[in-house]
Write a protein of this length. Structure first.
Length: 68
């Protein structure tokens, strides 16, 4: 009896990102081929105080919650 042939599946993800530095802030963002988008903003309000904001969404895993 011959062994069954196993097919190989290649999986990969391509990601592209950016980083932009302002005088008092820094923005980083990226998007990948899996539908994930993320962003990070770091803002310096004063030398002692900084604020950070981040967000992330996975477009392929999001299910809409609409009622008909």
């Amino acid at each position: 009896m011959a062994a069954p042939m196993m097919s190989r599946v290649r999986e990969g993800t391509a990601t592209i990102g950016l980083k932009y530095e302002f005088r008092t802030a820094m923005l980083r963002a990226q998007i990948d081929s899996g539908g994930r988008v993320s962003a990070y903003l770091d803002r310096r309000v004063s030398p002692q105080i900084g604020l950070s904001f981040c967000g992330d969404i996975d477009h392929f895993k999001v299910t809409p919650h609409f009622k008909s």
